[in-house]
Design a protein around this ligand. Structure first.
Ligand code: COA
Length: 260
């Protein structure tokens, strides 16, 4: 697939999607959001891809937000549509993918950038990373899920403070808040993502997809996560991966999951 604003590569079961507008600090314009949708969709549908890593190009930014120049003249209707479309094709879309998504936050993750990182299944960061939701400093609020996912991840009080002050937190603070799982140097960031991906890949992709869905169920209105867990747990017993996983254990060998 040919993209203008992103790069998409794959190696040994790991797809790496890199937002590639470094001169604009990888800000998310409409075209980039659409390309990201296509790249995530293609990676998720590729049976050989077991983990997706999303990161930003250059040493300065993961993503410095939605592209402000694109929406500065929007009216109420277009503003609403911008958020709705973005949530549908990128932010909710990524959260609900059955392939694990790791955000490797390599610099500024602001506004839509932090929202994209929060849509990923978990986050790691380089020690120069800075994260924030500065929307209220522009007279708007986070519109790509930030008011919902930030409190889910770091608690309501901290999210309120970050959103109201429009301030940025550094990588160590993000680590202490539980917003990111690990902080390493920039050189170590993608190798760490690959190392974690390597551990994930050894496990049953079918079971992982069901686990993602069960965990996400806890955050959806009108859905009982415990019931989703019971259903997916039961369904696992009908998979080839379950047969292989349990047989390999009893035969004292490593499982070789067919992913079915
Ligand atoms: N939308 C559009 N363009 C953006 C952008 C955004 N969210 N963030 C950065 N850019 C552009 C700048 O306009 C600049 O372009 P130019 O060289 O054509 O003027 C380029 O990226 C470099 O950014 P610059 O501001 O010069 O870098 P800096 O090191 O001085 O500051 C930031 C870095 C991240 C602090 C600053 O760019 C910033 O505050 N960005 C906006 C963050 C934001 O509010 N995001 C939420 C949007 S809802």
């Amino acid at each position: 697939m040919n993209f203008e604003n992103i790069l998409s590569t794959s190696n040994q079961g790991v797809a790496t999607i890199t937002i590639n507008r470094p001169s604009k600090l990888n800000a998310l314009n409409k075209a980039t959001i659409e390309e990201l949708h296509q790249a995530f969709k293609a990676a998720d549908q590729d049976k050989d891809i077991k983990v997706i890593v999303v990161t930003g190009s250059g040493e300065k930014a993961f993503v410095a937000g939605a592209d402000i120049s694109e929406f500065a003249n929007f009216d109420v209707e277009n503003g609403g549509k911008l958020a709705a479309k973005g949530q549908e094709i990128l932010f909710d879309y990524v959260q609900n993918l059955s392939t694990p998504v790791i955000a490797a936050v390599n610099g500024f993750a602001l506004g839509g950038g932090l929202e994209l990182a929060m849509s990923a299944h978990f986050r790691i960061a380089s020690d120069n990373a800075k994260m924030g939701l500065p929307e209220v400093s522009l007279g708007v609020i986070p519109g790509y899920g930030g008011t919902q996912r930030l409190p889910q991840l770091i608690g309501k009080g901290r999210a309120m403070e970050m959103i109201m002050t429009a301030g940025m937190i550094d990588a160590q603070t993000a680590l202490s808040y539980g917003l990111v799982n690990h902080v390493v140097t920039q050189e170590e960031l993608l190798p760490l993502a690959e190392k974690i991906a390597g551990k994930i890949i050894k496990n049953s992709s079918v079971a992982i997809a069901k686990a993602i869905d069960a965990i996400n169920a806890n955050y959806k209105d009108g859905i009982n996560g415990f019931e989703v867990e019971v259903k997916h747990f039961g369904d696992c017993f009908g998979t080839e991966d379950f047969k292989e996983g349990t047989t390999a254990f009893l035969e004292k060998r490593k499982a070789d999951f067919p992913g079915k």
